[in-house]
Design a protein around this ligand. Structure first.
Ligand SMILES: Nc1ncnc2c1ncn2[C@@H]1O[C@H](COP(=O)(O)OP(=O)(O)OP(=O)(O)O)[C@@H](O)[C@H]1O
Ligand SMILES: Nc1nc2c(ncn2[C@@H]2O[C@H](COP(=O)(O)O)[C@@H](O)[C@H]2O)c(=O)[nH]1
Length: 301
């Protein structure tokens, strides 16, 4: 096949894969949302979620129309007019199981190379650390950076802390899969050799990098799956950034400027995950990685 045709076929295959992933992600997202709504209603039936009718909750899931809803509710033993907050404990359990079984169905895209990006302080580092600690089969890439270590950060574990000269030398040697200046401040780069070695051994790899890095990895390795971590709200994002207390006011403001740009680019990503709860967000990311022994959504506590 001529090179031009091969390139066009490759682009078409990638576009088709992204389209399929987007549809699956939309269904998954609505199922996840339905579960969140139900859990909120059961934690406090006086909330707006509590007064939602079960049939409304179920029709919010793509592909489920009125006829199917009636059949599902009959199977679950839930009367047509029931509200989510008014369900008894057995009905709740049956509905939860039904939603989790759907959500855990093997319909999501899975990749050996996942890029986790998202705005400052959304919890990328926290979620990645949770994955590293709970799923040792996954290689969490350690970046090089020219920024100074924060209290408690360990060289070689959180980052390779290097000088500007070292960073330049690494660029010269072609050590990086990608690198960027982030928040108009320090430089960060992803060392390529450990990633190639892990993928060659069949291990899954997680990169926790910024938007520019995510775009560069997509260009270099189109098989990578790009995941965008979202905060529950802008206010919560600001709370997390200020609560972390590791940046002064000027740096916080610079990071929030970048955060606005990053949030505006979220639709470029294959999958979006909301970080309400660290363990849950980590599990959602792990389910996108081809990891042997990772628990399915059905076994989530
Ligand atoms: N689900 C969560 N609920 C509440 N707090 C959280 C959650 N996830 C992370 N945090 C807290 O938010 C703060 C920011 O988290 P973290 O440093 O992991 O963010 P980040 O996305 O890696 O930030 P940056 O891009 O600036 O490095 C931390 O104090 C962390 O403990
Ligand atoms: N493009 C890259 N971005 C990276 C890399 N490693 C980390 N990052 C991102 O930088 C910011 C700031 O990190 P912080 O530790 O100073 O708070 C954050 O968005 C990281 O995801 C990398 O190798 N390449």
């Amino acid at each position: 096949m001529p090179d031009v045709d091969r390139a066009a076929a490759g682009r078409a295959a990638i576009a088709a894969r992204r389209a399929r992933a987007a549809v699956k992600q939309a269904v998954h997202h609505r199922l996840r949302r339905a579960l969140d709504v139900a859990e909120t209603a059961w934690a406090d039936p006086t909330t707006p979620e509590g007064s939602l009718r079960v049939r409304e909750l179920l029709t919010s899931i793509p592909g489920i129309g009125a006829t199917r809803v009636a059949r599902i509710m009959a199977e679950l033993g839930i009367a047509d007019a029931k509200r989510v907050g008014g369900l008894g404990s057995r009905q709740r359990e049956r509905l939860r199981e039904w939603l989790e079984a759907r959500e855990g169905a093997p319909s999501r895209p899975v990749s050996r190379l996942v890029v986790l990006a998202g705005p400052t302080a959304v919890g990328k580092g926290t979620v990645s650390t949770y994955i590293r600690d709970h799923y040792p089969d996954v290689l969490l890439s350690v970046s090089a950076t020219t920024r100074a270590p924060r209290p408690g950060e360990v060289d070689g574990e959180h980052y390779y802390f290097v000088t500007d000269e070292d960073f330049d030398a690494m660029i010269e040697r072609g050590d990086f899969l990608e690198y960027a200046t982030v928040h108009n401040a320090s430089r960060y780069g992803t060392p390529r050799p450990p990633i190639d070695a892990a993928l060659a051994q069949g291990r899954s790899v997680l990169l926790e990098i910024d938007l520019q890095g995510a775009r560069a990895v997509r260009a270099a390795m189109p098989e990578a799956l790009l995941v965008f971590l979202l905060p529950p709200s802008w206010e919560e994002l600001v709370r997390r950034l200020t609560g972390r207390g590791t940046e002064d006011a000027a740096e916080q403001s610079r990071r929030l400027d970048t955060a606005r740009i990053e949030l505006a680019a979220q639709d470029e990503f294959d999958v979006k995950v909301v970080n309400r709860d660290v363990g849950r967000a980590a599990q959602e990311v792990v389910e996108l990685l081809a990891v042997p022994g990772a628990p399915s959504a059905r076994t989530r506590s």
